[in-house]
Ligand binder design. Sequence first.
Ligand SMILES: [Mn+2]
Length: 385
Amino acid sequence: MESAKQVLASQNIETPSWAFGNSGTRFKVFAQQGVPRDPFEKLADAAQVHRFTGTAGSVALHIPWDKVEDYAALAAHAAEQGVRIGTINSNTFQDDDFMLGSVCHPDPGVRRKATDHLLECVDIMDATGSADLKLWFADGTNYPGQDSIADRQDRLAEVLSEVYGRLGEDQRLLLEYKLFEPSFYHTDVPDWGTAYAHCTELGPKAQVVIDTGHHAPGTNIEFIVAFLLRQGRLGGFDFNSRFYADDDLMVGSADPFQLFRILHELALREAIGPSSGIAYMLDQCHNIEPKIPAVIRSVMNVQEATAKALLVDRAALEAAQTSGDVLGANAVLMDAYNTDVRALLSDLRVEQGLDPDPMAAYAASGYADDIKSNRQGGQAAGWGA
Ligand SMILES: [Mn+2]
């Protein structure tokens, strides 16, 4: 078994390009000064997170928001900045044609359009060297009777099968589920069971993605983690926090104990490092807080929860569990959770040649002022950009 520090040193938390652009709620998108105007500038900002944490070496792209003429040039730019392009995230929810759905739409012409977009995303994976296609569908209905729930499942399966067939040898399809929203009556991929069944039907290159914010309140997400790990079907995990719906707040801000419990299940199965094949990503937006430091803070929150999970005394836990010592087993877990791991992580950063305090180091770097003064004119990136 690797030491806690070895696992932490190998951990990769992908950052989403969209976290650096302007974002908001359905009420208002707030503009911040100095936000990127194109995917190249988004990668530059993401590289700052990696520069100060050493843990955010890949960046997720969202198509079409991050469409460029030359994807090889974008990948080369990422490499120059010290990061690489990670998952390619598709978008079948921002076109008027998709009002009644995309891959589940009753009109075969609209389904063709959605499928072609997904195939284009695989072309982009080929050009950028990305291994994972991340699929989240906004498909569903708002009213009972609006469409056939069962037929929509058939349409979904058909599209997924075509996209799966287009994947290269080392490419995967990661299917994300979400309980509700933007559809309110039914969602076509509402839960892990639906995603799991479709992935099983497709084959081994299809894997399920769990997004923290995509569940009903009170859902035991760590159970889903444990189940999918056991089945070898957990392909990705999107970190964020929620209080009410899919709030996309900073991971670990709403419920750090839940984050610890999730990471405990992952640590038990040695599923944290890159060799696990699980694509860990932040899927967040920073609407009212400065974006780059918020992403740095989020990476640190995941690191802290990971460190605590790795400190669980597994032998003591197993002994207590085996002997039916309920209070003892719970105490082993709580001891780890209540450990202050900040000094351990500071030490690790120093060993890696990083500043022990990423937040302070970023603030002192002057980067925030630079982008405010240098990024004048042009169109700030944001939803729909
Ligand atoms: Mn997500």
